[in-house]
Design a protein around this ligand. Structure first.
Ligand code: ADE
Length: 225
């Protein structure tokens, strides 16, 4: 899979994709993450990418031309399955969206800023709009990182244990059960005996019950899905 990210803050991504699972996924060539500086696609001599809104009002608007140039350039080299704009008024990002995106070959993530982007970008260049939650971030960059992380870990071969992404919280609209490790007793606090029983079937049943209990207590609306 290839993920192209268009941003005015390319440096913001530098450390994020250099650790842990995202780092290994790239080293194993399971994903290629390419960051593009939107300013490189501005034809303006000051590399301007935003301008005042028509009709007046506060805040600047990201111009269509550099975004168009960048997306055109990428599309002349690769075929993209989705061109995604990160925005608080997009479709809410959920595990099912991550599952879907992880099945694609190439995607573009466009990070917005200021008061938004020229609406013609959304009308003509974008195929999907994603919000990571009902709050406003100062830009789409952190949202693009969240989406990239959630998607890349689902690509087959990225996680060592093939089953572990499937047992994540939300995969079956259930939260994950509690987990424990050594020591069996710490400060008088004990690990549930069943997890030390060695009975695989009983452990699986217990985990499933715990998942349901936890989901009922914390996120009952998930059970209705
Ligand atoms: N940009 C600003 N806020 C955002 C959000 N909640 N989700 C995605 N992109 C955003």
């Amino acid at each position: 899979m290839r993920i192209d990210i268009i941003t005015i803050f390319p440096e913001q991504f530098e450390s994020v994709f250099k650790y842990s699972i995202l780092k290994r996924a790239q080293q194993k060539n399971l994903v290629q993450i390419v960051i593009h500086n939107l300013r490189d696609y501005s034809t303006d001599k000051h590399k301007k990418v935003d301008d005042y809104p028509f009709g007046g009002g506060a805040g600047m608007v990201m111009m269509i031309e550099p975004i168009y140039n960048c997306i055109q350039h990428l599309q002349s080299q690769n075929r993209y399955d989705e061109v995604i704009f990160l925005t608080p008024d997009g479709e809410l990002f959920e595990q099912k969206t991550a599952n879907y995106l992880s099945t694609l070959n190439n995607i573009i993530l466009l990070c917005g800023h200021y008061k938004g982007v020229d609406e013609r970008v959304r009308e003509h260049l974008i195929t999907k709009e994603i919000s990571i939650g009902d709050y406003v971030l100062s830009g789409g960059e952190i949202a693009a990182m969240v989406v990239t992380d959630a998607v890349v870990r689902l690509i087959p071969g990225v996680l060592g244990d093939e089953t572990s992404a499937l047992s994540d919280s939300f995969q079956d609209n259930l939260l994950a059960p509690p987990v424990y490790t050594r020591p069996a007793v710490f400060n008088g606090w004990e690990v549930p005996a069943i997890l030390r029983s060695g009975n695989a079937q009983e452990i699986e049943n217990w985990r499933h019950e715990q998942s349901i209990k936890r989901t009922k207590e914390r996120r009952p609306e998930l059970l209705k899905k």
